[in-house]
Design a protein around this ligand. Structure first.
Ligand code: HEM
Length: 433
């Protein structure tokens, strides 16, 4: 099925040579690479070849890309609605994006594909994912608070898209946190799209084509590439490592934890109907001062996290998945606990946050290096939680974190992630009904 952009979308694309979108008929080609999708097979392994064999269904009760076993690569994008756009534009955009996402996640091109009817027309699909298969691509869409209340939210009157009355009570802006150094170039946005795949080109192709489809309605505000997932979201996966060399994602919410997911991840009766079965996405771009870290001793590194570097076990003893004992004394300094009182793992643990839990789904990033010859690298932290207050609580409790000496939060965003769409529907449809 070809994706037919709405009139507004066509109008917006006109300047970019959108005539190709007007072409109907047989210009499209078959599924990328001709690899048939095997619906329901989850992404469990990385690598270009591994990613070609299976698709992750786009339609379902929850959006894909949350409990889906974390793929290896990320392209995260934040979009801003253009001035003068209204409710119909937003609806049309979400409809067009949903249709395109249903094709892209099957490894198929958007619209009429890479071959328009006439050589004089630009292709609907930009073509660089031809032959790569689906790469386990998932596309997860989120809505920013400004869509409900306007960017300024000054007089408390703004309602640009006619959805102010549907704003969930819990959808408060994130407060400022100690040590925040947020740059506008990595912060906020009306809409976000998280593209995850096992092949970076598949993820980039998806964002590029969604940005193209958005023309005339929304534009790409900032985006981030990520590699080397920093969390497992399924017990079938090995725990990966972050750029500090530590296992990351050991004590995460996992796809298999049904009861816990219902309690901590998915919005329920407390949320308006359109959000039930959805969640909230927090993204934080966290710069890591890699060079200073690399000069710190192993003992210091392990003290900071409260875990051993190689095996990932808690410093109170045991293996990676042994429960930490926060009361166990340090065998060498009997007056101190084995897990430092300001260790990252202690401060982030549910025991110290009123039981709060989140599903972490971040990625490493390296944006080249700076003029001092240091890597511009870090963690693109992503977490999903039923209530943004969970993130706020844990982030506040990380104020005395020993890790803070080696990191800086430089970007931030919070989006409400609606429930999944049924076939034939579009993401967030219930918000407009
Ligand atoms: C660059 C920044 C960060 C790094 C390198 C990092 C790394 C780690 C590592 C290595 C662990 C231990 C292994 C594990 O259970 O996953 C961990 C645990 C955890 N982190 Fe972080 N983290 C960072 C930022 C954050 C932030 C911003 C939050 C949330 C506000 C957070 C929340 C957690 C939670 C909830 C745990 C599990 C604690 C437990 O239950 O034991 N982390 N992190």
């Amino acid at each position: 099925m070809a994706v037919r952009p709405t009139r507004r979308g066509l109008f917006g694309l006109a300047g970019a040579g959108a005539a190709g979108l007007l072409v109907g008929g047989t210009g499209g080609i078959a599924a990328a690479g001709g690899v048939p999708g095997i619906a329901g097979v989850p992404a469990l392994s990385g690598g270009r070849d591994g990613g070609r064999q299976a698709t992750v269904p786009f339609y379902g009760a929850h959006q894909a890309g949350i409990v889906t076993p974390a793929q290896d690569r990320l392209h995260f994008a934040s979009f801003t609605m253009l001035a003068g756009t209204g409710r119909d534009d937003l609806i049309a955009l979400l409809r067009d994006w949903s249709e395109a996402a249903s094709m892209l996640t099957q490894g198929k091109p958007v619209g009429t594909g890479v071959e328009p009817d006439s050589l004089l027309l630009p292709p609907d699909d930009t073509g660089e994912a031809e032959g790569l298969g689906s790469g386990h691509l998932t596309l997860t869409f989120g809505l920013g608070r400004a869509l409900f209340v306007g960017a300024a939210d000054d007089a408390g009157e703004a309602d640009p898209y006619g959805i102010r009355g549907r704003l969930p009570q819990a959808f408060e802006p994130l407060p400022s946190f100690a040590f925040d150094l947020l740059a506008p170039g990595y912060t906020g946005g009306d809409l976000c799209v998280q593209a995850c795949a096992d092949d970076p080109q598949v993820a980039v192709h998806a964002i590029r084509n969604l940005a193209r489809i958005a023309a005339g309605r929304a534009h790409l505000r900032w985006s981030q590439l990520g590699f080397g997932r920093t969390a497992s979201t399924s017990r079938a996966q090995d725990t990966p490592r972050n750029l500090f060399g530590f296992k990351d994602g050991t004590a995460n919410l996992m796809a298999e934890d049904d009861g816990e997911l219902a309690e901590h991840l998915w919005a329920g009766d407390e949320a308006p109907e359109w959000l039930r079965g959805g969640s909230y996405l927090v993204a934080r771009k966290i710069q890591m001062t890699i060079e200073s870290w690399d000069r710190s001793s192993l003992a210091e590194q392990e003290r900071i996290f409260g875990r051993t570097k190689l095996a990932g076990g808690p410093l109170s003893g045991g293996e990676e998945f042994t429960e930490p004992d926060f009361t166990a004394p340090d065998p060498e300094q009997t007056a101190q606990p084995a897990i430092d009182i300001a260790a990252h793992m202690r401060l982030a643990h549910p025991l110290h946050n009123g039981g709060a839990r989140m599903l972490r789904r971040g990625y490493n990033y390296v944006d080249g290096s700076n003029e001092l010859g240091q890597l511009s690298a870090g963690l693109f932290f992503i977490s999903y939680q039923r209530d943004p207050a969970t993130f706020v609580r844990v982030q506040r409790s990380l104020k005395p974190d020993l890790l803070n000496e080696y990191i800086r939060h430089i970007g931030s965003g919070l989006w409400a992630v609606p429930a999944g769409a049924a076939r034939g529907e579009f993401i967030a449809q219930a918000l407009f009904e």
